[in-house]
Ligand binder design. Structure first.
Ligand SMILES: *Cc1c(COP(=O)(O)O)cnc(C)c1O
Length: 536
């Protein structure tokens, strides 16, 4: 998206002439369509308001407030004001009247990577650029719209939209000096629990730690078996091993990429009877089956209703790895609430991402919630230096909570935009016979962490990725090596061919750029490139 910075004289003119000249009105229209982002500096607004006082018939504060519904405010750190004042003192040709201009230019240069500065004094220079007239700006934009690099995940546009809330929330934390598990963390936990509709949300330092907290609170450890999918991020099985338990892999349903309930029952029975109907890890004979760790891959919940029935039949507890699925749904229940404990991640690129590490566990069970809260802070007992059990340090810090709180406001709207983007991809790609677009079964909703599709075979996937790469469009492969074939899990003794569905999917799958701010123009470009890839 193109960034345009407006000077105070443009703002003033826009107020006086009901959004200004034709060119300025066009700029506002482009901003409403989210084709460009308009910015200005708080000091430019102040200056504009002061000028408008000379026009008594209008209410300057009200008119400016209306404009600021569309125009974003640049961050205004105090240090820039000091630098600008120093600059004026050093340069006799500048005066205090130049302050709003200097500050706008400095803030734009520091915060926005590339931008066009629009003002009535076209041609006026500032370090790193010069002022364009609104008409010139439109000409320049015409040639540039949607030509910039296409990010795989766009965190910047979201940041631009929620900047005031981010600034205010982060400042509250700085001011409070309560940096770890502060009031923001409590507030966030409440909001998260409300959102997914569950009794307890326990925030923690990452999605990986969330899985560890869940396993530890259920007292799962050495000699315990945890059934899980080999088609997931390493952290799922890594957490099982970290607590000393053994992952028992179960193949996926290739339509949803999630754990196959039919295979799950076969695996449980094979482990119980010691038969060869299902590949088992080495030393399976000594293992006690304890849990099923489901994964809601790419944002789509696993089939928890069927998995829960099977787990209950054999006395196993279900833990849900919803690291990619915050916001997803199964039969009217939100992801994170679909097992005894649900775990999610706030890694920046996940659907709800922090600006650092973070995660959370969810449960209806008060005793488990209390145990997880204790393990999160070194197994704390009833007071700080009394310890009930072995724990770890897995706390969330207040700054991450403050950022997540700001993002929670836009999260439902973003989720809807992701769903729209997914629908658009599927519509655009449905005629491409060699590609298999992802499905969402009836009664389910995906959080669309990724839009992953299947090529005809490995060669076709290479061709698709190559064609997109040539046009500057990034793609990813989640996941190229199934977990049972990873070097780290060689001691488990699995071999190629053990989980054929997973192995086949891993050869054919790839993911397209996916985020709430994907433009339809970009999606059309991507689809057009894929349509032209030869699948023979
Ligand atoms: C990202 C992810 C995790 C780990 O979350 P972190 O916050 O990065 O520790 C676990 N499981 C799955 C399926 C993930 O995608």
């Amino acid at each position: 998206m193109q960034q345009v910075v407006l000077s105070s004289d443009i703002l003033t003119q826009a107020c006086l002439q009901d959004q200004g000249t034709a060119a300025v009105q066009t700029l506002f229209e482009l901003a409403r369509n989210k084709t460009v982002t308009l910015w200005t500096h708080p000091h430019a607004v102040t200056e504009g308001c002061a000028r408008l006082q000379a026009s008594p018939e209008m209410n300057p504060a009200q008119r400016m407030a209306e404009l600021l519904e569309i125009v974003h405010l640049l961050p205004a750190p105090g240090v820039q004001l000091k630098q600008a004042l120093a600059l004026i003192q050093e340069h006799p040709q500048m005066s205090a009247a130049d302050l709003p201009f200097l500050l706008s230019a400095a803030a734009a240069r520091e915060y926005l990577e590339e931008f066009l500065f629009v003002g009535l004094e076209a041609g006026r220079a500032f370090p790193g650029g010069n002022v364009h007239s609104p008409e010139d700006c439109l000409d320049l934009l015409n040639g540039q719209i949607d030509t910039g690099p296409i990010p795989f995940v766009d965190l910047r546009t979201q940041q631009h939209d929620i900047l005031p809330a981010l600034e205010s929330n982060v400042f509250q934390v700085i001011k409070s000096c309560r940096f770890i598990l502060g009031p923001e963390v409590e507030k966030l936990e409440k909001r998260l629990a409300e959102y997914v509709q569950i009794e307890h949300a326990i925030s923690c330092s990452s999605g990986t730690e969330a899985l560890v907290l869940a396993l530890l609170s259920l007292d799962i450890g050495p000699k315990d078996a945890v059934f899980t999918t080999p088609f997931t991020f390493i952290a799922t099985a890594g957490a099982i091993c970290q607590v000393g338990a053994t992952p028992v892999f179960v193949d996926i349903d290739p339509r949803t990429f999630n754990l196959d309930p039919v295979q799950l029952e076969t695996a449980i029975l094979a482990l119980a009877r010691g038969d060869a109907n299902h590949p088992l890890p080495r030393d399976a004979a000594g293992l006690t089956p304890r849990a099923v760790l489901t994964v809601d891959l790419f944002g789509l919940p696993a089939d928890h209703q069927r998995i829960q029935n099977i787990a209950a039949k054999y006395g196993l507890v279900v833990i849900e790895d919803a690291a990619q699925a915050f916001g997803g749904e199964e039969r009217g229940s939100k992801a994170c609430t679909l097992g005894e404990i649900g775990c999610t991640s706030f890694f920046p690129a996940k659907p709800l991402g922090a600006y650092g590490e973070g995660g959370a566990c969810f449960t209806r069970n008060s005793a488990l919630a209390e145990t997880m809260r204790s393990i999160r802070v070194h197994g704390q007992g009833t007071s700080r230096y009394e310890h009930a059990r072995l724990g770890t340090n897995a706390r969330l810090d207040s700054l991450q909570a403050a950022i997540l709180l700001a993002k929670m406001h836009v999260f439902p709207a973003e989720l809807a935009r992701r769903a729209d983007a997914a629908t658009a991809y599927t519509r655009l790609l449905s005629q491409v016979k060699a590609l298999k677009t992802p499905i969402v079964p009836d009664g389910f909703a995906s959080a669309w962490a990724q839009y992953s599709l299947l090529a005809r075979d490995k060669a076709h996937r290479d061709a698709c990725q190559g064609a997109l790469r040539e046009q500057g469009i990034p793609t990813m492969i989640y996941y190229p090596i199934p977990l049972h074939l990873q070097r780290v899990f060689m001691p488990l003794g699995y071999s190629p061919g053990d989980f054929p569905e997973t192995e086949q999917v891993s050869q054919k799958i790839f993911s397209l750029p996916m985020h709430p701010y994907l433009s339809s123009r970009t999606q059309e470009r991507i689809a057009a490139i894929l349509r032209n890839v030869n699948a023979s």
